[in-house]
Design a protein around this ligand. Structure first.
Ligand SMILES: Cc1cc2nc3c(=O)[nH]c(=O)nc-3n(C[C@H](O)[C@H](O)[C@H](O)COP(=O)(O)OP(=O)(O)OC[C@H]3O[C@@H](n4cnc5c(N)ncnc54)[C@H](O)[C@@H]3O)c2cc1C
Length: 379
C-alpha cells in the first residue's frame, strides 16, 4: 500500500525545525559566509533540539526524520545540514566502526562538539575513486598512512575518515580500507581552498606523511571500505537532494511573496502568467524531487537496493534547484542580484552540490549501468 503521509510527530518536528531555521539560522547565513565562520553553535542548537524532541521515542528518529532535518535546516542555512542529520545517518556512516570507535567519536559528533571529515578524493582520483593512491602499510600494531587527499569538506574536523589502499597489489575498488584518524595525529597537514560557495565549511587538502594509526582505528574489515562507503552514498545522496530542495523551496516561497507585493504596470508581478508559470513549474519540480528523495530513504529502511534511485535524485535535484534559484533571482529583479537577499548565496552554495559526492555524469553512468547493463557501456 502507498502512504505518502508523515507522522504527527514528524510534522510537529518539521514545523519547530522550520522556526529555528528561519528565526535563528537564516539571520546568520550571510554573516557566516562573509566571515567563513563554521556554524558550530547553530549545529549544536539543532542537534540539542532534535535530541530533546525525540527523547523517550528514539526509535522513531529514523532516516525520514533526518530527511526532514535536511530539508528544513537548508531553508535557513544549507551549510548546517550534514553535521546535524542525527543518529540514523551516523549509523549509516559509521555503522561498521567498532564499539570502541563509536564510543569515542559518536557522542561528540551527535552533540556537535566534534566534527568529522570524509577523505576519499585525490588529485588523480576524483570521479574515478578506484584510482586512489593513498597507501596504508601495516607495521605491527599500526598502519602507516601516506598520501594526499583533496577536496576534503570539514577541513576543520576533529577526526578524518581516511580511505587508503591496504593491499598494494590491488587496483580499482578492491584492497581499500578506512581509518578514523584524529586531527592531532603527527604527520597530518592542511591546506584550505578559497571556495565560491559553502564558505562557512572549510574545504581543502589533507596531507598524510607517514601517519601512524593503530590497527584499532580501522572501520570495518580490511579491504572492504569501498562497498561500505558506497552503501552510505545512497543515503547521503538523498540527503544532499533534500537539502537542495529545502534551499530552493525557501527561495521559491520568498519569491512568491515578492512577486505578490511588487507592482509593475499597475498590478502585482505575480498576476502575469509569464511570472506565475515559472513559479508553478518550480513548485512542481521540487515536489517531484522531494518525493523521490524520501522514496530512496524509505527503500533503504525496507532494505531495498536503492543505488539507482539515489543516483537519480543526486544528478537531477541539485541541477533543478540551481535552475530554480537562478530563475527566482531573475524574478526578484535587480534586488535579487544584491547581497541584501540570500538568493545569490544560495546559488553559490547549491552549485557545489552538483559536483560534490559525485557529478551528474557519474550518476547517469550508475543509472545507465542498471538500465542497459554495464557490458554495453564503453567504460
Ligand atoms: C562542495 C564539494 C564538497 C566536496 N566534499 C568532498 C569531501 O568531503 N570528501 C571528498 O573526498 N571529496 C569531496 N568532494 C570532491 C567530489 O567528490 C569530486 O569533486 C567529484 O567526485 C568529482 O571529481 P573531480 O572534481 O576530480 O572531477 P573529475 O573526475 O576530474 O571530473 C571533471 C568532469 O568530468 C566529468 N567526467 C569524469 N569522468 C567522466 C566519465 N566517465 N564520463 C563522463 N563524464 C565524466 C565529470 O562529471 C566532471 O564534470 C567535494 C566536492 C565539492 C564540489
Amino acid at each position: 500500500m502507498l502512504d505518502f503521509s508523515f507522522t504527527a510527530a514528524q510534522e510537529e518536528y518539521r514545523s519547530k525545525l522550520r522556526e529555528i531555521a528561519l528565526g535563528e539560522l537564516l539571520p546568520l547565513y550571510r554573516e557566516n559566509d562573509e566571515a567563513a565562520a563554521y556554524p558550530t553553535e547553530q549545529i549544536k542548537r539543532i542537534l540539542a533540539f532534535a535530541a530533546e524532541f525525540w527523547s523517550g521515542r528514539e526509535d522513531e528518529r529514523n532516516l525520514i526524520v533526518s530527511g526532514i532535518t535536511a530539508e528544513e535546516i537548508a531553508r535557513g542555512d544549507i551549510n548546517c545540514v550534514l553535521p546535524a542529520l542525527g543518529p540514523a545517518v551516523s549509523h549509516e556512516f559509521l555503522g561498521e566502526a567498532s564499539p570502541a570507535l563509536k564510543e569515542r567519536w559518536l557522542p561528540g559528533l551527535l552533540s556537535g562538539e566534534k566534527v568529522i571529515g570524509l577523505c576519499l578524493s585525490e588529485e588523480g582520483a576524483g570521479s574515478d575513486m578506484g584510482a586512489m593512491q593513498t597507501s596504508a602499510e601495516r607495521k605491527g600494531d599500526v598502519y602507516v598512512v601516506s598520501g594526499e587527499k583533496n577536496s576534503v569538506s570539514f577541513l576543520n574536523a576533529d577526526v578524518f575518515y581516511v580511505f587508503a589502499r591496504t593491499d598494494p597489489s590491488s587496483s580499482g575498488w578492491r584492497g581499500l580500507s578506512a581509518f578514523l584518524i584524529p586531527r592531532e595525529t603527527p604527520g597530518l597537514s592542511f591546506e584550505p581552498y578559497e571556495d565560491m560557495g559553502c564558505r562557512s565549511v572549510p574545504r581543502g587538502i589533507l596531507r598524510l606523511r607517514d601517519v601512524e594509526t593503530p590497527t584499532t582505528s580501522m572501520v570495518g574489515q580490511e579491504g572492504t571500505a569501498f562497498p561500505m562507503i558506497r552503501k552510505f552514498f545512497d543515503v547521503n545522496r538523498a540527503m544532499i537532494a533534500l537539502k537542495c530542495v529545502g534551499a530552493a523551496r525557501q527561495t521559491l516561497d520568498e519569491t512568491v511573496e515578492y512577486t505578490k507585493d511588487r507592482h509593475q504596470f499597475g498590478v502585482p508581478l505575480a498576476s502575469f502568467q509569464g511570472v506565475a508559470f515559472p513559479l508553478s513549474e518550480a513548485a512542481t519540480l521540487l515536489e517531484l524531487g522531494r518525493v523521490l528523495s524520501y522514496k530512496v530513504l524509505w527503500m533503504r529502511m525496507q532494505d531495498i537496493p536503492c543505488m539507482t534511485e539515489s543516483a537519480m535524485v543526486k544528478w537531477w535535484v541539485p541541477k533543478v534547484a540551481c535552475e530554480i534559484v537562478q530563475q527566482c533571482l531573475l524574478l526578484n529583479g535587480h534586488k535579487g542580484y544584491t547581497r541584501h537577499v540570500p538568493i545569490e548565496q544560495r546559488l553559490r552554495d547549491l552549485i557545489g552540490w552538483r559536483i560534490g559526492d559525485g557529478s551528474e555524469e557519474i550518476m547517469k553512468l550508475l543509472i545507465a549501468r542498471d538500465l542497459l547493463g554495464k557490458e554495453i557501456l564503453a567504460r
